[in-house]
Structures are given as C-alpha cells and as structure tokens.
Design a protein around this ligand. Structure first.
Ligand SMILES: [Zn+2]
Length: 328
C-alpha cells in the first residue's frame, strides 16, 4: 500500500463513539463527529502555514485551531450543541497516526484521556501531539490534503453534510486569502473600499477581517483594555468596523478595532467614540441615565490601546465620521 493509501484507510476508519440515545444524528452517520472535524481544521492550518511540523503543541496558541473547528462544527451540528478541540485532541491518541506527547514526568493513561473535557486539563499532562511524519508530508501537498479531506467527509458524514463542510473549507481558504489581501492593503494609502472584496463571499470576508483585526490587537479591547482568551481558545473581543461595512464596504484594518462586546455595542450605538488624539469620548447620555453601565463612563479621556504599528492605527478620518454621526 502506498503511504497515501495507508492514511486514507486510517482516516476512513476512525474510531468514533456511537450515538447514545439519538445524541448524534444521521448527519454524522450516528457517530461522534469530533475527530474528523478536528482533522479538517488541522488540514486548513497546514495549508495556511500555521502548523509547520508534525508536532502540534497544546501549550501554544490554539485559538485558530479552535476557531476553525467551531466553524465546521456549526455547519453540521444542531444549534446549542457545542464542543471544542479539547475532546478530540487527546482521543485521537487511539488512532495509529496520532500520538500524544506527555509533559515531562507524566504518564498518559486512558483514564486521563477519558476525563479530558477542557484544554486546560489537557495541558496538565500533554505537551501536544505528534502526527506521523509521512502523514504530515502528505498534508503539505494540496492534492494530499484534498484526498484526506474527501476521505473524512465521505466516511464520516451524510451527503448533505459533505456539501456544507466542503463549502466551509472553501470559505476558510478564501478567508485566509482575504486576510492576506487586507494585510497588503493596510500599508497603502487609504481607499474608501477594498474593491477586490467583491470577489469574496460575506462569510469569507467576515472571517478574514476578524482574523486580521483580532490578531493585530492581540485579543485586547482597544477601549477598555480587557483581554480574555479562554484555555479552549475563545476570545472576548469582536472585530468592529468604525464605519459599518454595509455602508462603507471598507474592511481596511484602519476602519477596524478589536472591541469587547460591551465596548462594541457602546461604539455602534454612539455611547463611545474616539478623539483625534486617540482618547475615548463618552456620550453625555451615559451620565443622564442613572442605570447605564458604569464601566463605560470610566473610560472617558483614557487613551485607546492601538496596535504597535502606528501605520495601522484606526484612521482619524473614519473616527471623525463616526463622531459626527453620533454628535460626539
Ligand atoms: Zn471593552
């Protein structure tokens, strides 16, 4: 058997938990979808050049892996049923191509793996996982990834689900290309809109803009400074547009800021703005209403937390347009 055929066989025969009382539906062939969905996300990250060796660390940054896992998950799983990479990552150890690497002095047991429901628990005993070198080599070739992806889809999902997951895989690729385009544009003179945006679907644009803004601000809210990333890789910030996309069609990073949910809401409704000298302005209506969120008021006059590179700070002309709109 050739190497590719070996891994196709192994991917087609993943050991997956059976349905417990209708827990998994026909969409996933009545078996747990976690392992194939994680492997789809791994394939994307190899394509993006984020996973650069056969060793995947759990001590490092897993945000992008978890993001992609969730994007696939949401396409095929019922609303309200959630998961994270913490489930399949250790359980793939039962497959011949994936081996957990223990923390120094730790012994990995089936009981430890079986009890793992969070990445923070996983990190206590594992440094990461090592895939077969031959498998990683195949994953680095586009045709190899395609063959492995199709194997996962066709052996683990219904036909309808395959269509959804294939579509998501294309969106993920487009989103990555789009984020690279935005990165290139971010050092050119300001333009009103990113014209090539027409070539990308909304889901790819959203993901691409979010990725570049959230990473540039290192997951920190530009206004209140809060930075929370859960051990499973969920972040508290959104990628906010200064002038909304539906009006500006402008995904320039200088038309964006990473904002936490409250500051995002406050900014979008004109409770908060940013001055020409990059300090926070609060609306007078905050102080007029006694039960308005106190934390917003305390931001008044504080400097925002822009990216390190001054060339990609929020553009003053967009901030001015936002202030004018809300009479700030
Ligand atoms: Zn905030």
């Amino acid at each position: 058997m050739t190497e590719l055929a070996t891994y196709i066989h192994q991917f087609a025969h993943l050991r997956r938990a059976n349905a417990r009382q209708g827990h998994y539906c026909g969409t996933t062939q009545k078996k747990a979808p976690h392992k194939p969905i994680l492997l789809l996300a791994v394939l994307d990250l190899v394509a993006r050049g984020v996973i650069t060796s056969s060793f995947i660390e759990v001590t490092g940054d897993l945000i992008e892996l978890n993001d992609l896992f969730n994007l696939y998950w949401r396409r095929v799983m019922p609303l309200g049923q959630t998961s994270s990479i913490a489930f399949p990552f250790p359980r793939l150890n039962s497959e011949p191509f994936w081996e957990l690497v223990p923390q120094p002095g730790c012994t990995i047991t089936p009981a430890l793996i079986g009890n793992t429901t969070s990445v923070s628990f996983l990190r206590k005993y594992a440094l990461g996982a090592r895939m077969d070198e031959d498998l990683f080599r195949i994953m680095q070739i586009p045709e190899g990834r395609e063959a492995l992806r199709e194997t996962l889809l066709q052996s683990c999902f219904s036909e309808d689900a395959c269509v959804q997951l294939r579509d998501q895989s294309v969106i993920n690729r487009e989103a990555f290309d789009y984020s690279r385009l935005l990165e290139e544009k971010s050092h050119l003179p300001l333009v009103k809109e990113i014209l090539e945006a027409d070539n990308y679907r909304p889901a790819a644009r959203d993901q691409g803009f979010r990725k570049i803004v959230v990473n540039t601000y290192d997951h920190r809210c530009a206004m209140c400074g809060i930075r929370i990333v859960t051990p499973d890789g969920y972040t508290a910030v959104d990628a906010a547009h200064i002038i909304p996309w539906r009006e500006s069609m402008n995904d320039d990073i200088r038309n964006g800021m990473a904002l936490c949910k409250l500051c995002h809401w406050g900014f979008d409704w004109g409770m908060l703005g940013v001055s020409d000298s990059y300090t926070v302005i609060t609306s007078s209506s905050i102080s007029m209403v006694p039960n308005f969120a106190g934390p917003l008021q305390t931001l008044s006059g504080r400097g925002i937390l822009p990216p390190q590179d001054e060339a990609i700070w929020p553009a003053r002309e967009y901030l001015a347009e936002h202030r004018k709109r809300w009479r700030l």
